[in-house]
Design a protein around this ligand. Sequence first.
Ligand SMILES: [Zn+2]
Ligand SMILES: [Zn+2]
Length: 150
Amino acid sequence: MAMDRKPRPIVDLTASCACGAVSVRLAGKVLSMFMCACEDCQKASGTGHSTIVLARPDDVTITGETRSFARPANSGATLTRSFCPQCGTPIAARSSRAEQLLMLPAGLFGSATEWYAPNQLIFARSHREWDEIAADLPRHDTYRDPGALM
Ligand SMILES: [Zn+2]
Ligand SMILES: [Zn+2]
């Protein structure tokens, strides 16, 4: 599964939601970094795209109570998003298309993300022109390889 041309860093990061009730530790290899402009990500982020760190669930420890919401995504998969029930900060998301992968919002980790470099924009078919994306970032209408996991 060759998802990247860029290096995939090994990180050990801990972040918390806005109110501090939920903390997230990511300790392991970043599998991929991408942006997604699907309409579900637009609703969840309140802006034009989500900015995702893809990780193995085994490398992620979530402490504190979260709530989750599952809905059918544009891809046809079921997308389950979890968030802090007190402050609403998005914590993680998982797709039924790839249960062995966990999507974490890059912004959750604040200034500790200098290593972050997205490699693609997926679901560019619903990208909005007002949401400025680097011109040299590869864009895919849906997934880069619609037959693959991500
Ligand atoms: Zn919170
Ligand atoms: Zn999306």
